[in-house]
Design a protein around this ligand. Sequence first.
Ligand SMILES: NC(=O)c1ccc[n+]([C@@H]2O[C@H](COP(=O)([O-])OP(=O)(O)OC[C@H]3O[C@@H](n4cnc5c(N)ncnc54)[C@H](OP(=O)(O)O)[C@@H]3O)[C@@H](O)[C@H]2O)c1
Length: 327
Amino acid sequence: MQAVQIKAYGGGDGLALSAVGQPRPQPGEALVELEFSGVNYIDIYMREGHYRASKTYGSPLPFTLGMEGAGRVADANGAPGLAAGDRVAYCLARGSYAEYAVVPAWKLVKIPDALDAPVATALMLQGCTAHYLSHSLFPLQPGHWCLIHAAAGGVGQLLVQLAKLRGANAIATVGSAEKAQRVTELGADYTVLYRETGFLAAVQDITGGEGVHVVYDSVGADTIADSIRCLRRRGTCVNYGGSSGLVEAVNPLALAEAGSVFFTRPHLAHYMHDAEEIGTRAKALFNAVERNALRICIDRVFPLPDAAQAHAVMENRATRGKLLLAI
Ligand SMILES: NC(=O)c1ccc[n+]([C@@H]2O[C@H](COP(=O)([O-])OP(=O)(O)OC[C@H]3O[C@@H](n4cnc5c(N)ncnc54)[C@H](OP(=O)(O)O)[C@@H]3O)[C@@H](O)[C@H]2O)c1
């Protein structure tokens, strides 16, 4: 089969289609014939080798990129409740930039008839991330103030909408006026063009000097110090990514000085622990789309051989929602 396999860590220029052996499912796994693969920032971290020693997302060379996909079951391999031909989606199994992927059966969710495969794909890795951030890690309540960085990105757009559905006030940082318009349409209460205006001063202004209850920071190196300072007393800083560079260290005294605040650096995998947790999040998101409460923006669909272009769009801050590879 054809797949985008990498043999050395590095830049996007190393992404090329090659012929590789079709994977064979082991007990407990199913074979999925992919229709779409989701492009996510984690693919860039993996391509660059940041997760080479990760216990959760280990990426020993050579490996096929891609942690998210949707398609049809080609071989259910005896997995209970699963049959060949079922439409399924999943995330957090390596190898979706390919025609076929082997996936632990417990990670597969069935796609409802009313939902198309691109939307289901967008709801898996980015959607479930926005869901656990807003519902589990820091369960937003009406009246809470949250600050969402990179709010016009894949996760960001969904997080803004889920925050509003939970009744919170959302301050969104974005890299351009066009992105600000997009997140305003999605319900953000305030937008800050953080490449032009300091977001710390803006947050203090908006909240009357109180600060926010929670910061969702996926930008990392460039923003984390001020994200911590944006919090109100005993607030929570969630550093869930490092699009501008990974955060290497945080000074505990800075947490105390900011108001005895909490700091966490979560992995999605720990909030998608078993079939029940995955199914609950996915179903909640599928239902929200079906009742028109959640809007999914599929930004661009690239053919599989153009995976390098998709990575360049993401690294150049040019995403306006979900990037997909059509297999
Ligand atoms: N820990 C978890 O559980 C988890 C799960 C999923 C995703 N994530 C993280 O969430 C983040 C968002 O992922 P995504 O797939 O939805 O990507 P994305 O938000 O669509 O793209 C990244 C965005 O980050 C912003 N950014 C700021 N500084 C940047 C820089 N120096 N280089 C590139 N981008 C920069 C850009 O938005 P502006 O132009 O508006 O600044 C850019 O569009 C990533 O950091 C990812 O690793 C974490």
